[in-house]
Design a protein around this ligand. Structure first.
Ligand code: 13P
Ligand code: SF4
Length: 340
C-alpha cells in the first residue's frame, strides 16, 4: 500500500522530486531511490541535482549536509528527523570549540579540526571557523594529509577508529598520536601529549562497527581459509589490520562486484548492505562478519516516506541557520575542492 503511494507521488512530481538513499537503508526504501551512495557521493550530488524537492533517506547529519549544500530553490526533507547517528552526537559543538581553543592557547600550536561527516552542522561550522574541514570514510586519507599540511596538528573527530585507520594508511607513527580524555570540559587533556602529537583524536566511535571482534575474523579465517575479509574503516584498527581490505560503503560494494565468480567474501559493516550484496551476487558467497544493525537508519520506513511525500508541500523542511550554514558550508566546500 505505501509502496503504491510512493510510486504514484513520484510519477506525479517527476523530475521535481529526487529521493536519495544511503547504502544502509532497507530494501523497501532503496527500491524507491533515484540515487543511492555513500556519504561522499551523496554530498557531491546535491549541487548537481535539478530537483526542487530532495528527500534524504538516511540519518539526520546526511540530510543536514544536503541542507547546507543545497541551492536556493531546493527544499530538503528527511522522513524522520529523530534518525540521528549515535556517533555524530559524541562530539558536541560547544565542547569541540572549547577544546580547540584550549589546546591552541596552551600549546601555542595551530590545530586544524577535521570532522568526520558524521557530525552535526554546528560541528562542521566550528571546523569552517578554525580553517578546518570535513572528511568521509572515502576521502579520509586525502583530507588528513590536507589537514596535516595546513597546521601543526590535526584534531580529528569524533571517530577514533577512522582516525587511527587513516593514520595507519598515512604511516603516521603511534607516538605521533594522542587520544584525548574529554571529561571535565577538556580539563583532563594531557597538554604535554597534545603538544607532541600531530594527530589528536576525539574518543568517539560507532557502536555498530565496534561490535565486530577479532574472534569473528579468526572464525572465518579458520572456516573459510580462501575467503577475503573486507570491513568499513569505522571498525577498530586491530580488526582492520587483520582484514584484507577496508573502505567506505561504496568501496565495499565495488570490492564484491569486482571479485571473481565463486569468491567468498566476508563483509564487516551494517547488515542491510551485506544482505543486499548477498542477494545480488548469487554467483559469489557473501557473508556477514556479524549481525549489526543501525537502528537509526532503520527509522526510515516506507510508511514515514509515504507520509512525508503525501504532505511534502507543508512538511517541515530541513534547514540550517545562516550563522551555522555559512561556516559549515565553507568546511564542506574545502573537502569537495580538495577531493575534486
Ligand atoms: P559511508 O560514508 O562509508 O557510506 O559511511 C557512512 C556511515 O555512517 C558508516 O557507518
Ligand atoms: Fe552512525 Fe554508525 Fe549508524 Fe553509521 S552505522 S549512521 S556511524 S551509528
Amino acid at each position: 500500500m505505501y509502496s503504491k503511494i510512493i510510486k504514484d507521488i513520484k510519477n506525479k512530481y517527476g523530475a521535481k522530486l529526487a529521493i536519495l538513499g544511503h547504502h544502509y537503508q532497507s530494501d523497501e526504501i532503496i527500491q524507491h531511490t533515484d540515487l543511492k551512495g555513500d556519504s561522499l557521493e551523496l554530498a557531491r550530488q546535491i549541487g548537481n541535482l535539478d530537483a526542487e524537492y530532495i528527500v534524504f533517506c538516511g540519518v539526520h547529519f546526511m540530510a543536514e549536509s544536503a541542507a547546507i549544500l543545497r541551492k536556493e530553490n531546493q527544499k530538503i526533507f528527511i522522513p524522520d528527523k529523530s534518525a540521528g547517528c549515535v556517533m555524530a552526537n559524541m562530539a558536541p559543538a560547544d565542547l569541540v570549540e572549547k577544546i580547540i581553543e584550549k589546546i591552541s592557547r596552551q600549546t601555542g600550536k595551530k590545530v586544524i579540526p577535521l570532522a568526520y561527516v558524521n557530525t552535526p552542522a554546528a560541528v562542521k561550522a566550528v571546523c569552517g571557523k578554525y580553517d578546518g574541514s570535513v572528511c568521509t570514510s572515502a576521502n579520509a586519507v586525502t583530507m588528513m594529509k590536507w589537514a596535516l599540511e595546513k597546521g601543526d596538528s590535526v584534531l580529528f573527530l569524533p571517530d577514533k577508529n577512522l582516525a587511527m585507520n587513516t593514520a595507519d594508511k598515512l604511516g603516521l607513527d603511534e607516538t605521533e598520536r594522542y587520544e584525548m580524555d574529554i571529561r571535565n570540559c577538556g580539563d583532563k587533556i594531557d597538554m604535554n601529549s597534545a603538544s607532541k602529537a600531530r594527530l589528536i583524536m576525539w574518543p568517539g566511535l560507532c557502536p555498530i562497527h565496534q561490535r565486530f571482534k577479532i574472534k569473528d575474523i579468526d572464525h572465518f579465517r579458520t572456516k573459510f581459509p580462501e575467503a577475503k575479509i573486507a570491513v568499513h574503516p569505522e571498525c577498530p584498527p586491530e580488526l582492520v589490520k587483520k582484514s584484507d581490505a577496508d573502505g567506505s560503503t561504496s568501496f565495499l560494494i565495488k570490492y564484491v562486484e569486482q571479485a571473481p565468480d565463486g569468491a567468498t567474501i566476508v563483509i564487516g559493516t551494517e547488515t542491510n548492505l551485506v544482505d543486499r550484496l548477498a542477494a545480488k551476487y548469487k554467483n559469489k558467497t557473501i557473508l556477514p562478519l556479524g549481525q549489526s544493525f543501525c537502528s537509526n537508519m532503520a527509522k526510515i520506513t516506507e510508511k514515514n516516506l509515504a507520509e512525508l511525500l503525501q504532505n511534502i508541500e507543508t512538511f517541515n523542511e530541513e534547514d540550517v541557520d545562516d550563522n551555522i550554514r555559512i561556516p559549515a558550508r565553507k568546511a564542506l566546500e574545502r573537502m569537495l575542492e580538495a577531493c575534486s
